[in-house]
Design a protein around this ligand. Structure first.
Ligand SMILES: Nc1ncnc2c1ncn2[C@@H]1O[C@H](COP(=O)(O)OP(=O)(O)OP(=O)(O)O)[C@@H](O)[C@H]1O
Length: 256
C-alpha cells in the first residue's frame, strides 16, 4: 500500500496541494481523477519522488520517501513500474529489445534469463510472436501493451500509469484497462492510474481518489461514485448526457 498523509505543496506562494491524504491499496487499481489543473500530476510526481512537498508523509508500505536520500529513492524506484503517456518506446529497438531494456539496465541476469523473462512478459500482454517487430510496425494499442510488458518486467510492487488510454479508441482502451486490472490482481501490485477516461473510472475504478482544486474531496469505488453527493465530482464524471443516463439507469435498477 502507498499512503499519503497531509501533503502540502506550493509553487511560487500558490498552494497546489492542500493537506492531501489518500490511500492506494495493494492488489487494486487505484485511480486518481480530477479536472485539468487540479493537481493530479503534482500529486503523482510527489509520490514518485520527483517533487518534494513542503509538508507530509508518503509511505511505501511504511517507508517514507520524503525521508529518503537520492540513493534510497533510486533503490525504491527498482520496485516501481511506470507506464508513460504515449508509451515512450525506443523506436530503434524491437519489442523484445524494449521489454528487455530494464532487465539489462537494472539486473545481473544472464542474456538467456533476460530473454526468457522478456518473452514471458510479452506473452502475458498477448503479444506472442511480435517480439522482433519495431514500434512503428505495430498499432498504438499494441505499443501500449509493449509498454505494459516493459513496466512489469522487473516484477514491480508499485505501478504508475499516466493516462494509459490517451490516443486509443474505446475498444482498445477497454482491452488495456482490463489488462492493467488483471495484472494488478494477478501480481498483487499497488497500481495508481491517473486518468480522464470515464469508461475507466466506471469500469475498473476499485479505489478512486478525486482531487478538486488541490483538495482530496472524495474517495470511493466505481459503484459508490453513482451515489456521490459531491457536486464537483458529479459534474466531472457525469458531465455528458450518456453518462447521466447510465447513472439514472444504475440507480433505478439497484433498488429492485
Ligand atoms: N513546476 C511547477 N511550477 C509551478 N507551477 C506548477 C508546477 N507544476 C505544476 N504547477 C501548477 O500546479 C497546478 C496543477 O497542475 P497539475 O499538472 O498537477 O494538474 P493536473 O491535474 O495533472 O492537470 P492535467 O489533467 O491537465 O494533467 C497547475 O496550476 C500548474 O500550473
Amino acid at each position: 500500500m502507498i499512503e499519503v498523509r497531509n501533503l502540502t505543496k506550493s509553487f511560487d506562494g500558490k498552494t497546489i496541494l492542500h493537506d492531501v491524504s489518500a490511500k492506494f491499496e495493494t492488489g487494486k487499481t487505484n485511480l486518481i481523477i480530477g479536472q485539468s489543473g487540479s493537481g493530479k500530476t503534482v500529486l503523482v510526481k510527489s509520490i514518485i519522488g520527483l517533487i518534494r512537498p513542503e509538508v507530509g508523509e508518503i509511505l511505501y508500505d511504511g517507508r517514507d520517501i520524503m525521508k529518503m536520500d537520492s540513493s534510497q529513492i533510486k533503490e525504491l524506484r527498482k520496485e516501481i513500474g511506470m507506464l508513460f503517456q504515449g508509451s515512450a518506446l525506443f523506436d530503434s529497438e524491437t519489442v523484445l529489445g524494449n521489454v528487455a531494456f530494464p532487465l539489462t539496465m537494472f539486473t545481473n541476469m544472464s542474456a538467456a534469463e533476460i530473454h526468457d523473462r522478456a518473452q514471458f512478459c510479452i506473452e502475458r500482454v498477448n503479444l506472442k510472436g511480435a517480439d522482433s517487430k519495431y514500434p512503428s510496425e505495430i498499432s498504438g494499442g499494441m505499443q501500449k501493451r509493449v509498454a505494459i510488458a516493459r513496466a512489469i518486467a522487473l516484477n514491480p510492487k508499485y505501478l504508475f500509469c499516466d493516462e494509459p488510454n490517451s490516443g486509443l479508441d474505446p475498444r482498445t482502451s477497454i482491452v488495456i484497462d482490463e489488462l492493467l486490472s488483471d495484472i494488478t490482481h494477478e501480481y498483487n501490485i499497488t497500481t495508481i492510474i491517473n486518468t480522464h477516461d470515464m469508461n475507466s473510472v466506471l469500469g475498473i475504478g476499485e479505489n478512486i481518489t478525486f482531487i478538486n482544486k488541490g483538495y482530496r474531496e472524495w474517495v470511493g469505488d466505481m459503484h459508490q461514485i453513482y451515489h456521490t453527493s459531491n457536486e464537483a465530482l458529479n459534474e466531472f464524471v457525469f458531465a455528458n448526457d450518456l453518462f447521466q443516463k447510465v447513472k439514472q439507469y444504475v440507480i433505478t435498477h439497484e433498488h429492485h
